[in-house]
Design a protein around this ligand. Structure first.
Ligand SMILES: Nc1ncnc2c1ncn2[C@@H]1O[C@H](COP(=O)(O)OP(=O)(O)OP(=O)(O)O)[C@@H](O)[C@H]1O
Ligand SMILES: Nc1nc2c(c(=O)[nH]1)N=C(CO)CN2
Length: 161
């Protein structure tokens, strides 16, 4: 069994309902056991150009799971759940009904055409680090160090709901 950190985000439609359904679907998936669900944060959309205050705001958070699935199989599960919730991939970092990112799997480091671990941008995203810190204050990101220090350095705006 491995322990994985999954980040969720939604900035379109009924964000609360989508996130509640996605967390339930993750928890009910074969080979996956839900360990913890973070508080939810309201966050300003981060785009290529920086923070976009005109874009719909996100709800963000993380879940920790124990899983028998190997990382690519877990990613496929997350992508299936995204698709069920009408995720359409258009603009880079565009608005979305649901985004599920695999942040960390037991500190594994890998990089292939489908999956990079740890998630390459998680280290600088308060919208990932703040909720993760709430449920695992001692966590570290491989190659980046303790998430408490990373969260203190991250500048994107997050407000706990
Ligand atoms: N750790 C990871 N978690 C999720 N997707 C990943 C990861 N590493 C690589 N990918 C790949 O990234 C591709 C694009 O993912 P996606 O469209 O969700 O990016 P994004 O959410 O818009 O941006 P970001 O990756 O910055 O959060 C996916 O098809 C997936 O194969
Ligand atoms: N606030 C916020 N901004 C984002 C988010 C997100 O989940 N929250 N996800 C992105 C691409 O994954 C790009 N920008």
């Amino acid at each position: 069994m491995t322990r994985a950190v999954v980040a969720f985000g939604a900035n379109l439609d009924d964000r609360e309902a989508t996130i509640a359904a996605a967390v339930r679907e993750i928890a009910e998936a074969p080979g996956v056991e839900l360990v913890a669900v973070s508080p939810v944060y309201e966050t300003a959309a981060v785009k290529d150009s920086g923070v976009d205050l005109d874009a719909p705001r996100y709800l963000n958070g993380v879940v920790v799971v124990e899983t028998a699935l190997e990382p690519h199989a877990l990613l496929e599960l997350l992508q299936r759940i995204e698709l069920e919730h009408g995720r359409v991939r258009t603009e880079h970092w565009g608005d979305r009904t649901l985004d599920l990112d695999l942040i960390d799997v037991d500190g594994v480091v890998l990089d292939d055409e489908r999956l990079t671990l740890p998630h390459p941008r998680a280290w600088q995203r308060a919208f990932v680090l703040a909720p993760w810190l709430d449920i695992d204050p001692d966590a570290e990101l491989a190659g980046r160090g303790p998430i408490a220090a990373l969260r203190a350095a991250a500048t994107d705006e997050v407000v706990r709901r």
